[in-house]
Design a protein around this ligand. Structure first.
Ligand code: NAD
Ligand code: TDX
Length: 349
């Protein structure tokens, strides 16, 4: 199989590529614009593989995509390229509208033009997998979980742009017959996650003895999944999912933010003792995120039942491995912290 992965230099896309090159015989062309969030270093282990190649391209570039499809002749597309950080979408939504909406539209149009020209057998087996988030469903109260039929109710510019892109993918299936699969996953964590997101930010600030900024009272709940479990789920959806369907992906690991931060402090204290006793002393409650969704929880019974996917990590094993990974990989994150854009977000400028 020849697969085009968009956003393959990002946190999840790079994990998908490492996992698939290691465990399948698929050939991958990684299409990525290389924004601030990209990490080519996360692809070092596959860069020598004859089954991997990289193409620097913006998914808003229609002619560039058309030429790429012509050259690559893919059997499938897995679309992960996106602007992904909620706080950035609040400060400056424009890039989110361009990449997540216009870029998704441009990729759908290029995929459809290419797919229509395929011989019948290849047209039938072609797949377009749109990778999305549970944030499109909005915010939950104390009970219940998102299912595939939960109505969309996005609350941030990020989630609204992702919700719109999900609807475009759905429409391309119903209107043009493109074999579209959609998946909606909960919060990911693991190696190579850019340190603007909660878990890597807390680990790196904890290592450096800097304040740990918890929004509001830290009572918001997220449902966490290790990125390698997500990558395995995406492969199941791509190869075994039913076109026109969507699949929720989650690890049944709901945690309050404050409990996640406590767990990180305690793991760091165990692995690198804190000279002043405990890193919990660094916790600083800061003003809340505007429109902050209270709780996300995923009901992943469809993917478990229909595709037989089950996560391999628990939150406890995955978080420990992640803290250990950041402690062992300063050579990856130190240059990121020193770059100005990260400095602004991390308060290090
Ligand atoms: P990320 O921000 O780490 O990586 C995004 C990648 O997309 C980067 O390599 C970037 O260079 C690339 N990109 C951005 N704009 C582009 C453009 N216009 N053209 C080409 N490439 C472009 O994101 P991530 O956390 O790896 O998320 C990947 C996907 O998974 C996104 O679609 C996101 O919405 C979705 N998702 C993320 C999570 C999560 O917890 N991180 C959870 C569920 C779903
Ligand atoms: O400094 C912080 N302090 C804090 O309390 C940061 C960065 C976050 N938080 C809170 C906000 C959220 O309740 O932690 C929670 C997680 O925040 P993020 O890591 O920014 O993730 P979230 O907003 O939940 O979105 C993530 O999961 C769904 C990804 O960034 C999205 O791309 C994905 O779709």
């Amino acid at each position: 199989m020849k697969l085009i992965v968009t956003g393959g230099a990002g946190f999840i896309g790079s994990c998908v590529i490492r996992t698939l090159i290691r465990t399948t015989d698929v050939s991958i062309c990684n299409v990525d614009k290389l924004t601030y969030a990209a990490s080519p270093e996360a692809l070092a282990e596959v860069s020598g593989s004859p089954r991997y190649r990289f193409e620097r391209l913006d998914i808003c570039d229609g002619p560039g995509l058309a030429a790429l499809f012509e050259r690559e002749q893919p059997d499938a597309v897995m679309h992960l390229a996106a602007e992904s950080h909620v706080d950035r979408s609040i400060d400056d939504p424009a890039a989110f509208i361009m990449t997540n909406l216009v870029g998704t539209y441009t990729l759908l149009a290029a995929s459809t033009a290419y797919w229509r020209g395929l011989p019948e057998a290849r047209r039938a087996s072609f797949r377009y997998h749109h990778v999305s988030t549970d944030e499109v469903y909005g915010s939950l109260g104390d009970v219940g979980a998102f299912t595939e039929t939960t109505p969309y109710a996005p609350n941030s510019p990020y989630s609204a742009s992702k919700a719109g892109s999900d609807h475009l993918a759905r429409a391309w299936f119903h209107t043009y017959g493109l074999p579209v699969l959609v998946s909606n996953c909960s919060n990911n964590y693991g190696p190579f996650q850019f340190p603007e997101k909660l878990i890597p930010l807390m680990i790196l600030n904890g290592i450096a003895g800097r304040p740990l900024p918890v929004y509001g009272r830290g009572m918001n709940v997220r449902d966490w999944l290790h990125v390698e479990d997500h990558a395995r789920a995406l492969w199941q959806v791509l190869t075994r999912g039913q076109p026109g369907e969507s699949y929720n992906i989650g690890g049944n690991a709901e945690r309050r933010n404050i409990d996640v931060v406590h767990a990180i402090c305690d793991l760091l204290d165990e692995l690198v003792p804190d000279p002043q006793g405990s890193r919990r002393r660094l916790i600083t409650h800061v003003s809340d995120r505007p429109g902050h969704d209270l709780r996300y929880a995923i009901d992943a019974s469809r993917i478990r039942r229909d595709l037989g996917w089950v996560p391999q990590e628990t939150f406890e094993t995955g978080l420990r491995a992640t803290v250990e990974w950041y402690l062992a990989n300063e050579a990856w994150w130190r240059p990121i912290l020193e770059r100005r854009y990260a400095g602004q977000r991390l308060g290090l400028a």
